[in-house]
Write a protein that binds this ligand. Structure first.
Ligand code: IPM
Ligand code: MN
Length: 359
């Protein structure tokens, strides 16, 4: 099997972390059975500077012909004054829309080796295992009309969902919950927003089709609090686009570092894999970034895009071994000298190879 992977490394620490994730895929390929063909294209700020657009046509064309896309990060301080549709982030949003994946899966897992890393007490976070299903193509990110009328001193965005958009993402969440601990928490602001009332009514309507799943609804503000107080009470959390953006960053506190969090966007023509963290310009180019979020994202790629669950598991186990070994980057506050980005990548690859030999 030859699998075509497009790598759009993007800005800041993007190239550093995707470099290690690609190294991991190459190591997986050495285990046999399949090959990867990597292509690299521009996205984000570097694409604006080199090709005049945050999503050049070449990138989009190659993406649509690929079996999966791995993205690093987009954004940089030099672009902060630009309007939203000219910024590096616009390239990512256009790519998401073109690929069509509407369900963004973001796990938040309390790795035992990182129990001391979270500012939350170990007895609060221990055993936490949450997956957010964030709707990725609707809501305020894409709703029209949107504008900033400078003369009028007013700006507006539109939160809009159709019933069908809620149904398709809710089905992903119900099915995931059914394969896990069978609890689904749907997040909304139905005490204030009509969109949320549609959201809640639609999710409720589907529930009888998934009788093994217990459905609960939480307002987003309450959910933000419960996530910190009782994170173990969550299994699958279903959210609209902006709520999911915010809550998934919050949930990084459970894991102990945003650098740990992977994501997978499924449901479209081509699935998209990206760490949850951003471009982190403050540490870019210094080999300090944690590559485990990107490496976890390619593990998800093996699982969801290629059906290689054994290989995916071997990457997850390798991540665990590296965490246990303490050879981790500075964000994970190791006891000794922090490891560099390539050192962590190499350690993951070694653990994968060692497992393959002993298996
Ligand atoms: C994320 C990021 C993006 C988002 C930005 C970079 C557009 O914050 O993936 O969480 O808001 O979706
Ligand atoms: Mn975000």
């Amino acid at each position: 099997m030859k699998l075509k992977v497009l790598v759009v490394a993007g800005d800041g620490i993007g190239p550093e972390v995707t470099g290690e994730a690609v190294r991991v895929l190459r190591t997986v390929a050495e285990m046999g059975g399949h090959e990867f063909e990597f292509r690299e294209e521009l996205i984000g700020g570097i694409a604006i500077n080199k090709a005049g657009s945050p999503l050049p046509k070449a990138t989009l064309d190659v993406a649509l012909e690929s079996d999966a896309v791995l993205l690093g990060a987009v954004g940089g301080n030099e672009f902060n004054a630009l309007p939203p549709n000219k910024r590096p982030e616009a390239g990512l949003l256009q790519l998401r829309q073109a690929l069509g994946g509407f369900a963004n899966l973001r796990p938040s897992f309390a790795w035992p080796a990182l129990a001391q890393n979270s500012p939350l007490k170990p007895e609060v976070v221990n055993g936490t295992d949450i997956i957010f299903v964030r709707e990725l193509l609707g809501g305020l990110y894409f709703g029209e009309p949107r504008a900033w009328d400078k003369e009028a001193g007013a700006a507006w965005n539109t939160m809009r969902y159709t019933r069908d958009e809620v149904v398709r993402v809710a089905r992903v969440a119900f099915e995931l919950a059914s394969s896990r601990r069978k609890k689904l928490t749907s997040v909304d602001k139905a005490n204030v927003l009509e969109v949320s009332q549609l959201w809640r009514a639609t999710v409720t309507e589907l529930a009888p089709q998934y009788p093994d799943v217990t459905l609960e609804h939480q307002y987003v503000d309450a959910c933000a609090m419960h996530l910190m107080n009782t994170p173990r009470n969550f299994d699958v959390v279903l959210t609209e686009n902006l709520f999911g953006d915010i809550l998934s960053d919050e949930a990084a506190v459970i894991t102990g570092s945003l650098g740990m969090l992977p994501s997978a966007t499924i449901g479209g023509a081509v699935n998209l894999y990206e760490p949850v963290h951003g471009s982190a310009p403050d540490i870019a180019g210094q080999d300090k970034a944690n590559p485990l979020g990107a490496i976890g994202s390619v593990a998800a790629m093996l699982e969801y895009s290629f059906g290689l669950s054994e290989e995916a598991n071997s990457v997850y186990r390798a991540i665990e071994e590296v965490l246990n070994s303490g050879k981790v980057t500075a964000d994970l506050k190791p006891a000794g000298r922090p490891a560099s980005t390539p050192e962590v990548g190499a350690a993951v690859c070694e653990a994968i190879s060692a497992r393959a030999v002993s298996a």
